[in-house]
Design a protein around this ligand. Sequence first.
Ligand code: ADP
Length: 357
Amino acid sequence: MAAVELRGVTKRYDSRTTVIHGIDLDIQHGEFVVFVGPSGCGKSTLLRMIAGLEPITGGEVRIDGQRVNDLPPRHRDIAMVFQDYALYPHKTLYENMAFGMRLRKTPEADIQRRVQNAAQLLRIDHMLERRPAALSGGQRQRVAIGRAIVREPKVFLFDEPLSNLDAQLRNEMRSEIKRLHQRLGATIIYVTHDQVEAMTLADRIAVLSAGRRMQYDTPDAVYNRPAAVFVAGFTGAPPMNLCACTLADGQADLGGLRVPLPAGLAERARDAPALTFGVRPENVRLAPAAPGDVALPAQVLLLEPLGAETLVTFRMGQAEVVARCPAAFRERPGQAVTVHLSPPELHLFDRTSGAAL
Ligand code: ADP
């Protein structure tokens, strides 16, 4: 039995506004699942339906096998961490964390033990008498997480918890949340629009677009075997190169430039009326990496040095393709170079449906 099961979960605001279209998901005990997708795709709505903060129009949400559609949030045994922390400004950190347990009449000794344990885990045990105003954003977020931990819930729900932090703190808190998950072994559902957070934190990622589940799989599978062109274009920084192509003699034609395809892929693409070609920037190489790699002519268009590496935009046929190149790349815009692609690393998508072939 999964910790959380969604069956055909739908959200409609009125007859014309459906924002979640029948989503199915199984989240196992102890699993860290991230809902990721662009702003407005329905991540928060889905999370809030699991929490009970938003009525469910259709389908079923189960927590530990129990249907919870009609249970109020406080009876679902979940704890939610919000982007804006939602701390009580006049209470000390200790009281902020203890408050929920006080309401539930938890014995004082238990409250003390749980708050101390959570505070130690989050390294805020030396500031429990302070009030939220005396804390940095990162420390406030720790208190909000601590308040969730002391509840010992069945499931933790995080709604964009790092969005209000600056870039450096965000990275720190991200590692911290990952460590916390490793230590607690808790079931976590985490919402973010940031694909890096999704890739680094998740056991499994649910990629959402316009209220639909585009893929639900491990970060490795989502990155290396994207099920849809949307997923390919949403993951990676920079994301996968995508361009229109046609099929000619089992090869992808990028407008005057033909790229050999693996036999299986060419076969699957044969009946698609229109195609999108895809290759990840790190798979566009200046030197061959494997025996079957193909050499293709390209022209340098743009260099973007990042320090450790340089992003180089090449023209290949009619397409523009970004490659991650060594920082030592010295060719100038306008120069002709040879780039290498590895057929097993190429992707094709049906341009009409967006599905991977
Ligand atoms: P995300 O968290 O992915 O940014 P949301 O879950 O907040 O997306 O919103 C999903 C969609 O639902 C958006 O298109 C939003 O405009 C719509 N939406 C949210 N609340 C309402 C509402 N009360 N009435 C109608 N549409 C809404």
